[in-house]
Design a protein around this ligand. Structure first.
Ligand code: BGC
Length: 363
């Protein structure tokens, strides 16, 4: 699934030698690459700092980084921070002290790690953002993620497709949910979705009955499913005593299931609900005809792409040209982007044809 070969690394888009970005010892890697020497030891410590283990993708990342880094000969130091920023900062500090050569970070709050990551950069450590952008610091060398605006566009389009397939007549009553506001993905998912939905709100096809159309109103603090369920409870009791809710935009699968539970408990017909992550529980729900869709962003591909970047650095190679650069408030960050895929009951077995564990759920 890796889109670029590191053999073709003859960089076109300017020197992306990591050292040039992070300062410290990494320039050595770039110059050594001409002579074919290593950027750093083949059994180096590689730190991986995950935000929490509250959704399936992060648990998968914890396992896959451990096995893939070990298989590649590195010494992995993989930690998760329970959604607490100070804990994540301490874990990264400990990785610096352990002599990590690369630190991979899925930030809890995209803007709150500048200080500790600058310490890492000063120590010559390369920093790779994983799944989420790292904002407001120059101390990030690359980000590997699924396109976050693209993910939102797919969610918005899938909601429209689900409404069209539902048999209900337009105008459709809908509500909008966003993810945790500290996570830079969450506003991007919402922006992408609204780029598809807003024209349909404007032309009257969709009606957001609560009127809550801003990200700040729709966001779910900390990606907390219980908070989403409480918001859905009050949206239903405040707005839907005399009408159906036909569809709900959900930013991920946990929140999708919370929305469905609230609807069920309120005795409503289940709305068309979108999702993200292709979590096991949601695949079962989709297969049973409850959740309408999810968006798959396979963790194994994302971890694989990240490990390939780490191996290029270890070899002292320059990184390949990124898919795009994104302004993070302090610099233009090289972003390596994979493509997410919409999953409904119709294509689920096809999408997961090579994923035995998920395929097993679809029968
Ligand atoms: C990830 C999603 C995940 C969410 C909550 C986002 O940054 O992209 O896969 O569901 O965080 O953990």
């Amino acid at each position: 699934m890796i889109k670029k070969s590191f053999a073709m690394v003859a960089l076109t888009a300017g020197a992306l030698a990591l050292g040039a970005c992070s300062g410290g010892g990494r320039e050595v890697a770039a110059s050594e690459s001409e002579g074919g020497a290593s950027g750093f030891a083949a059994d180096a410590v590689i730190g991986v700092s995950l935000p929490w283990l509250g959704t399936q993708n992060w648990k998968e990342a914890q396992d896959l980084f451990t096995t893939q880094l070990t298989d590649a000969g590195f010494e992995p130091l993989v930690q998760a921070a329970d959604n607490k920023v100070p804990q994540q900062q301490q874990q990264i500090e400990a990785m610096i002290e352990r002599g990590a050569e690369v630190i991979v970070v899925g930030p809890i709050d995209g803007t709150q790690l500048g200080g500790v990551l600058e310490q890492a950069a000063d120590a010559g450590i390369a920093v790779i953002g994983y799944d989420r952008l790292i904002e407001n610091t120059t101390a990030v060398d690359a980000v590997v993620q699924f396109g976050s605006i693209r993910t939102g566009e797919l969610q918005g389009q899938s909601l429209l497709d689900g409404l069209a397939a539902s048999g209900a007549e337009a105008p459709y009553n809908i509500e909008l949910f966003g993810g945790g506001p500290a996570d830079p993905n969450a506003p991007n998912f919402f922006t992408g979705a609204m780029s598809v939905l807003q024209p349909k709100i404007d032309d009257g096809t969709l009606v957001v009955v609560s009127g809550q159309t801003d990200f700040t109103q729709a966001a779910t603090p900390d990606w907390d499913n219980a908070k989403a369920q409480a918001r859905m409870d009050s949206l239903l009791s405040g707005n839907y005593s005399d009408k159906p809710v036909h569809g709900v935009l959900s930013p991920n699968d946990g929140i999708a299931r919370a929305i469905l539970t609230a609807s069920e408990q309120a005795g409503m017909d289940l709305p068309v609900v979108t999702g993200l992550d292709a979590e096991n529980e949601s695949l079962v729900s989709i297969w049973e005809g409850k959740q309408w869709s999810t968006v798959a962003k396979p963790t194994s591909d994302l971890v694989g792409e990240t490990v390939e970047l780490i191996q290029a650095l270890q070899q002292g190679e320059e990184l390949p040209a990124p898919d795009e650069t994104v302004a993070n408030g302090k610099k233009d960050v090289a972003v390596y982007q994979l493509d997410p895929v919409v999953v409904t009951k119709d294509n689920a077995r096809e999408v997961f044809a090579d994923d035995a564990a998920r395929l097993e759920l679809l029968k």
